[in-house]
Design a protein around this ligand. Structure first.
Ligand code: ATP
Length: 253
């Protein structure tokens, strides 16, 4: 059965993170497989964003190993590190599009930074990426002229500008109303299925977790680590861990 599984694109082994003498989490071990939507969930302050930063190589773990696309971050420096960074995309919670640039120009930015493509080619790619997220007609608009949901979509288009193999999304539905959030969930699922991109999504929104997650891990502040791993719907229906049950039940009812 194991042979039928898609390859692991992220392998985290016995990962721990401490700030000073304070342990945020330890013994965190999991794989993310190619093409899946993998959710990192847990209550406030359990270390979700910290784990995301470790996975994208922004800082080293206090202990353990993290391999992304078969490369250990700890082995990489200089150009090798930049090469791996080009293969992943990140959308932070703030979205952070530049307000003075149109959506198209925003999507072109990473292409400009990482390639020598001429302007016309960059614009074509930006237009295609905006089309993928349903913003094909909005390339000339400024961020201030569009809704919160459209801003998130544009942020995803920008994060996909360089055709990343793995796309990391930090709290994508933060600040969105439930209907807009559900639309964004649908977009994430269709992008994963149609482009084959692997998604790693940090969220504590139960509806989103159930709507998009193929598999998840749940971190817990008190346990200082992982308390669950698997298909979110199965965890909801079958977990006997009191915190996991409370999370899925409290918010589901
Ligand atoms: N650079 C840092 N130095 C010291 N402590 C930090 C640092 N970064 C994060 N922390 C602490 O680590 C803990 C986990 O933070 P983190 O932001 O990863 O949690 P989270 O699960 O993403 O929370 P939330 O859902 O509220 O965003 C928090 O107590 C935070 O204060």
């Amino acid at each position: 059965m194991a042979e039928d599984r898609p390859e692991a694109v992220i392998e985290a082994r016995d990962v721990a993170m401490r700030f000073g003498s304070r342990t945020i989490f330890k013994d965190v071990t999991f794989d993310v497989r190619r093409g899946e939507i993998f959710v990192i969930l847990g209550g406030s302050g359990c270390g979700k964003s910290t784990l995301l930063k470790l996975l994208i190589g922004l800082m080293p773990p206090s202990a353990g190993e993290i391999a992304v696309l078969d490369e250990e971050w700890s082995d990489l420096e200089g150009e090798a590190r930049r090469a791996l960074l080009r293969r992943i995309g990140v959308m932070w919670q703030s979205g952070a599009l530049l307000g003075s640039l149109t959506l198209s120009e925003n999507v072109e930015l990473p292409i400009e930074a990482h390639s020598r493509l001429p302007e016309a080619a960059r614009a074509l790619i930006a237009s295609a990426k905006l089309g993928l997220v349903g913003l094909g007609d909005a390339g000339d608009r400024l961020p201030s002229e569009i809704s919160g949901g459209m801003l998130k979509r544009a942020g995803i288009a920008r994060a996909m500008a360089l055709d990343p193999e793995i796309l990391f999304l930090d709290e994508p539905s933060a600040g969105l109303d439930p209907i807009t959030s559900a639309g964004l969930d649908q977009l994430i699922v269709s992008l994963a299925r149609e482009t084959g991109t692997t998604f790693v999504v940090v969220t504590h929104e139960l509806q989103s977790i159930l709507a998009i997650g193929d598999r998840c891990i749940m971190l817990d502040k008190d346990a200082q680590g992982m308390i669950a791993e698997g298909d979110p719907k199965k965890l909801r229906d079958e977990s006997e861990h009191p915190t996991v049950r409370a999370f899925f039940r409290r918010e589901a009812m």
